[in-house]
Design a protein around this ligand. Structure first.
Ligand SMILES: NC(=O)c1ccc[n+]([C@@H]2O[C@H](COP(=O)([O-])OP(=O)(O)OC[C@H]3O[C@@H](n4cnc5c(N)ncnc54)[C@H](OP(=O)(O)O)[C@@H]3O)[C@@H](O)[C@H]2O)c1
Length: 373
C-alpha cells in the first residue's frame, strides 16, 4: 500500500512535481490512498524512476507524506534489508514489478506512529512488517493501509524483525511443504551462506533435520564453515568438493537427502540432483548463477527425481493472510527460543545507500546489507 504525496523539494524535477506525480499516485491507488494535507511532512526515500543499474537509477528523494485516512497507518521505518529480489525489481527482471516511479525495498520493520479511526489490531508503538512484496520500505516514514501490514512482537531483535518476512518464511515453507521429512532425515542446499540458506540451516536444526551445505570456495572458507556450523550446519562443502567422488562418504553415516534446495541453478543444481535419494525433490527458489537447471536424463529415469519451484509471493496468493500471520508467529517463537537468528548483517545508514547497494551486489560478501533509518 503506497500512501504518500510523491516527490517534492528543490531536487525533484518540475515535471515530476506536477503531472507525473499525479500519475504516479493514481497508478498506485489500487493499493493506496493519496490525499492532500495542509502541512505535509517530509520524509526521505530511495526512489527509482526507470529500470536499470541500481547504482545509477536509485536516488535519495524527499517525499511528502499523505494525511492518515481512516484505514491507514503511519509508520516510522526502522530498518530494511537489500535483498536480491529488490535489486532484480529495480533492474526490471523480477516476477512482480511496481509501477514507476517506485520506492525500493520489499521488506523491513517499522514502528506505528499513528492509526486511522477504523484500524483495529494496531496501535502506536507496535512493530510492523509488510504483508506483501512491493510496499517500498526504503524510506524513513510512510502512510500505509493497515491491511498492508502485519504486527510482529517488539521483543525480537531489530535485525530479525527486519529480515523476517521473506527469507525465513521461504526456508520454513520449503522444508515443510515438499517432502514429509522426519527428524534425522537430511537436506542438501547450495548458496548456504545466503539469507535463505542461513535460515534453512537453523530451522532444519530446530526440526531435527541434518543439513549438507554447499558454498562457493573463498580464501576465508574456514571462517565461513565455522560460522555455518555454529548455526547448526552438519556438513559444509564447497562446490568443487561436492563434485569429488569421496563426498559420497558423507552418506555412510547419514541418510541421502530427499530434499534439495536450489538457489543457484547451472552446474551447482546438477550436482545437488546427483546426491538426492531416489524419488527425492529439488526445489528451485533462486537463480543466482543466471544459468538454467540441467537434470541428467538418467537421474530422472532411474531415480525418478522431482523438480519443483517455490515463490513466496505465489504461496501467499494461495493462502490466507491468517496463514501467513501463523507462519510469522511460528518463526517468532523460534527467534524467542534462540533457534533462529538474523543472517549476518551490516547496518548502513539510509544516506549511504550507494555503498549498501554496491555491497549487496558483490560476490563473497556474506553479509546482508540493512538500511537503517
Ligand atoms: N522464491 C522465493 O520465494 C524466494 C524468497 C527469498 C529469496 N529468494 C531468492 O533466493 C536467493 C537468495 O536470496 P537471499 O536474500 O538469501 O540472498 P543473499 O543473502 O543476498 O545471498 C546471496 C547468495 O547468493 C550467492 N551467489 C551470488 N552470486 C552467485 C553465483 N553467481 N553463483 C552461485 N552463488 C551465488 C552468494 O554466495 P557468495 O557468498 O558465494 O557470493 C550468497 O550465498 C535470491 O535469488 C532470491 O531472489 C527467493
Amino acid at each position: 500500500m503506497w500512501v504518500f504525496r510523491g516527490l517534492s523539494g528543490p531536487r525533484a524535477p518540475a515535471q515530476l512535481q506536477q503531472g507525473l506525480l499525479a500519475a504516479w499516485c493514481r497508478c498506485c491507488r489500487a493499493s493506496s490512498s493519496y490525499s492532500a494535507s495542509a502541512q505535509p511532512s517530509r520524509v526521505r526515500a530511495l526512489v527509482y524512476g526507470n529500470h536499470g543499474d541500481p547504482a545509477k537509477v536509485v536516488q535519495l528523494k524527499n517525499l511528502e507524506l499523505a494525511a492518515v485516512g481512516g484505514s491507514d497507518v503511519r509508520v516510522r521505518m526502522l530498518a530494511a534489508p537489500i535483498n536480491p529480489s529488490d535489486i532484480n525489481m529495480i533492474q526490471g527482471n523480477y516476477g512482480l514489478l511496481p509501477k514507476l516511479p517506485a520506492v525500493g525495498g520489499n521488506e523491513g520493520v517499522g514502528e506505528v506512529i499513528e492509526v486511522g479511526s477504523s484500524v483495529t489490531g494496531l496501535k502506536p508503538g507496535d512493530w510492523v512488517i509488510p504483508a506483501n512484496a512491493g510496499l517500498g520500505t526504503w524510506r524513513t516514514e510512510a502512510v500505509f493501509s493497515g491491511e498492508a501490514l502485519i504486527r510482529v512482537p517488539g521483543d525480537i531483535p531489530l535485525q530479525s524483525a527486519a529480515t523476517l518476512g521473506v527469507n525465513p518464511c521461504t526456508a520454513y515453507r520449503m522444508l515443510m511443504d515438499f517432502e514429509q521429512l522426519q527428524p534425522g532425515d537430511s537436506v542438501i542446499q547450495n548458496a548456504s551462506n545466503s539469507g535463505v540458506g542461513q535460515a534453512v540451516i537453523q530451522i532444519a536444526a530446530a526440526l531435527g533435520l541434518r543439513t549438507i551445505n554447499v558454498v562457493r570456495d573463498r580464501p576465508d572458507i574456514q571462517k565461513l564453515t565455522d560460522r555455518l556450523k555454529n548455526l547448526g550446519a552438519e556438513h559444509v562443502v564447497t562446490e568443487e568438493e561436492l563434485r569429488l567422488p569421496e563426498t559420497k562418504n558423507i552418506f555412510q553415516d547419514m541418510p541421502q537427502p530427499r530434499l534439495a534446495l536450489n538457489c543457484v541453478g547451472g552446474k551447482s543444481s546438477t550436482e545437488l540432483l546427483r546426491h538426492l535419494a531416489p524419488g527425492g525433490t529439488m526445489v528451485t527458489y533462486g537463480g543466482m548463477a543466471k544459468q538454467p537447471v540441467i537434470a541428467s536424463v538418467s537421474l530422472l529415469i532411474f531415480k525418478d527425481l522431482k523438480l519443483r519451484g517455490f515463490w513466496l509471493s505465489q504461496w501467499k496468493k494461495k493462502h490466507s493472510p491468517d496463514e501467513f500471520k501463523e507462519l510469522i508467529f511460528t518463526l517468532c517463537e523460534l527467534i524467542r527460543q534462540g533457534q533462529l537468528t538474523a543472517p549476518s548483517c551490516s547496518e548502513i545508514p539510509l544516506q549511504d545507500y550507494q555503498q549498501a547497494l554496491e555491497a549487496s551486489m558483490k560476490p563473497f560478501v556474506s553479509s546482508k546489507q540493512i538500511l537503517t533509518m
